[in-house]
Design a protein around this ligand. Structure first.
Ligand SMILES: NC(=O)c1ccc[n+]([C@@H]2O[C@H](COP(=O)([O-])OP(=O)(O)OC[C@H]3O[C@@H](n4cnc5c(N)ncnc54)[C@H](O)[C@@H]3O)[C@@H](O)[C@H]2O)c1
Length: 323
């Protein structure tokens, strides 16, 4: 049995769906935060609820008692915890830093405290972020062994989760793996992310803010590749007795200039975006570029979907969902 936190969120939804399609039992947890429009969260849940193997609980992980009240009966049945619940977004962490402490750090400790003495748990996977690397000052891809340098409370909260995981692995022999995601995109994506704001702007003839005058580079990673690599990690580390406390990059090594990405989307939409170029925002990184050589060796990290195909699939979904 799998516990997926953040199951109503973008990545948690896709992982839950893939597990359910493989006939696995999934307990989904989410507090349905209103950081972005909750309609898409309810629509994602509607799809998951079609599977009899899916159980959902609305739980705010900030509240420890709530976890125990609703999840206690499954405590000794859950084998894998995938913790994707949390407050995402670098820019919002400049405006509201406290929410990152509560939803990323405190919530995670509450979850680990609840499960720390459970013998059944084989693996805890949790979402970290490429933002932990900070500005590297060169265009070189960063390995998961590279030095970290958080420059926002968001990235500091993710790095804190990595440290806390090491502590729980040490104290309670829990196997933990942090996955540092790089700009995940695709159907059912987060409406607050740049690529969906761009599509919205193009469709509605409204301005789209282009930060840092479009001079960013991002390792855009298609959602199916994220799920593929999560399964590789689960399969590799599910074996009992295998001790692990590690952090991996999950991201496309091919980093794309934002202007190139915008041009590709415009071409496929058959329409230009109304661009409003603005300066780099506090906490923003100029470049993210994933190095997965270590991950290739350990669990055969793979990228199968090229940018062209990924953008095609994204637009197809966008046009059908936002009619
Ligand atoms: N999508 C990306 O490109 C990306 C990149 C790097 C890291 N991440 C991290 O991966 C994880 C998943 O990202 P996503 O894009 O699916 O985000 P998302 O916002 O769509 O999903 C997160 C979900 O967690 C829920 N949540 C927030 N606080 C909670 C709490 N206290 N208790 C219970 N549920 C809570 C939210 O309601 C939301 O549905 C996040 O931790 C995010 O920071 C994502």
């Amino acid at each position: 049995m799998y516990l997926i936190t953040g199951a109503a969120g973008f990545v948690g939804f896709h992982l839950s769906l893939s597990l359910l399609k493989k006939q696995k039992k999934v307990i989904g947890v989410d507090n349905i935060s209103d950081y972005y429009d909750t309609k898409i969260k309810f629509d994602r849940l509607k799809i998951l609820r079609k599977f009899p193997n899916f159980i959902f609980y609305k739980i705010d992980l900030k509240n420890k008692k709530n976890i125990s009240k609703k999840i206690n009966k499954y405590k000794n049945k859950i084998q894998v915890i995938v913790h994707f619940a949390g407050q995402a977004g670098v820019r919002y962490s400049i405006l509201n830093p406290i929410t990152y402490i509560e939803n990323n750090i405190i919530s995670y400790v509450n979850l680990l405290e609840f499960f720390k003495d459970t013998k059944k748990i084989k693996l805890v996977i949790y979402a970290s972020s490429s933002s932990v690397y900070g500005e590297k000052g060169s265009k070189k891809a960063v390995s998961s062994l590279a030095q970290t340098n958080p420059i926002s409370v968001y990235s500091a909260s993710k790095l804190s989760m990595e440290l806390i995981s090491k502590v729980y692995s040490h104290l309670y022999k829990i196997n933990t793996i942090g996955v540092r995601f790089f700009t995940v995109f695709g159907p059912w994506g987060r409406p607050d992310m740049f690529y969906l704001k761009l599509l919205r702007g193009i469709k509605s003839n409204k301005n789209t803010n282009i930060y840092n005058y479009g001079k960013h580079y991002r390792s855009f990673t298609y959602i199916d590749d994220v799920i593929l690599n999560l399964f590789k990690i689960i399969n590799k580390f599910m074996t009992r007795g295998q001790k692990v406390s590690d952090v991996f990059n999950v991201g496309n090594p091919n980093s794309i200039h934002l202007k190139k990405f915008i041009g590709l989307v415009e071409k496929k939409m058959g329409k230009r975006a109304k661009k409003r170029y603005i300066k780099k925002q506090l906490g923003d990184l100029t470049l993210t570029k994933s190095n997965v050589l270590r991950e290739k060796k350990i669990f055969n990290h793979e990228i199968r979907v090229d940018l062209n195909t990924g953008v095609d699939k994204l637009i197809k979904w966008y046009n059908s969902y936002y009619k």
